[in-house]
Design a protein around this ligand. Structure first.
Ligand code: COA
Length: 160
């Protein structure tokens, strides 16, 4: 049994991410969901909000831990003692970017493997940007994000 890290920006988490997380959690002993704190990226949600929405959505999963991270992913992975990085593949268009990242991480630490899980077809069109755009124009979000995220998105859009 292995320790794994599933990294991302999660601005915000969607049902597509949750599907990957739940499947990954059943394949490993411990799963760290690592939320990138990137001061350069203009996120809608703060790092605290992104972590808190994930914690709320994943509270029933005993072997899943949500943490923020900064800097290089590989350094965070080593800190957790994980051997695996999990990434989801939604379509062929994800492949080039994911391959580059996996190869770069492999170069930085050959002991750590990247494992790809194929996204469920139900969520293959989904992204955080799409969800934010739908929220901005009051589109239906019910099947795309968990209810805690839906409420947070609606609050955020009212503030703007
Ligand atoms: N379901 C729904 N959406 C998904 C998804 C899935 N299964 N998988 C990816 N996405 C979407 C995300 O919502 C996001 O959409 P958006 O662009 O509309 O916001 C997009 O795909 C990419 O998101 P994410 O998986 O969060 O990747 P990222 O590019 O934001 O972050 C990191 C990737 C955090 C893993 C990477 O940037 C990183 O490791 N950074 C640290 C610095 C580092 O080590 N760099 C060197 C790496 S070689």
């Amino acid at each position: 049994m292995k320790i794994a890290v599933y990294p991302g920006s999660f601005d915000p988490v969607t049902n597509g991410h949750l599907d990957i997380i739940k499947r990954a959690a059943s394949l490993c002993e411990e799963l760290y969901v690592a939320v990138l704190e990137n001061p350069v990226k203009n996120s809608l949600f703060t790092i605290e909000e992104r972590v808190s929405m994930l914690q709320e959505a994943l509270k029933e999963f005993d072997n899943v831990k949500v943490e923020p991270f900064r800097g290089l992913l590989i350094d965070y992975v080593k800190q957790t003692g994980a051997q695996l990085i999990i990434r989801g593949l939604r379509a062929v268009s994800d492949y080039e970017y994911e391959l580059q990242m996996a190869l770069a991480n492999k170069k930085l630490d050959p002991e750590i493997e990247t494992v790809f899980l194929v996204a469920n077809t139900e969520y293959s069109f989904l992204s955080s940007s799409l969800v934010k755009e739908l929220a901005a124009f009051k589109g239906e979000l019910n099947e795309l994000v968990p209810s805690c995220v839906k409420h947070k998105l609606q609050e955020k859009m009212k503030e703007r």
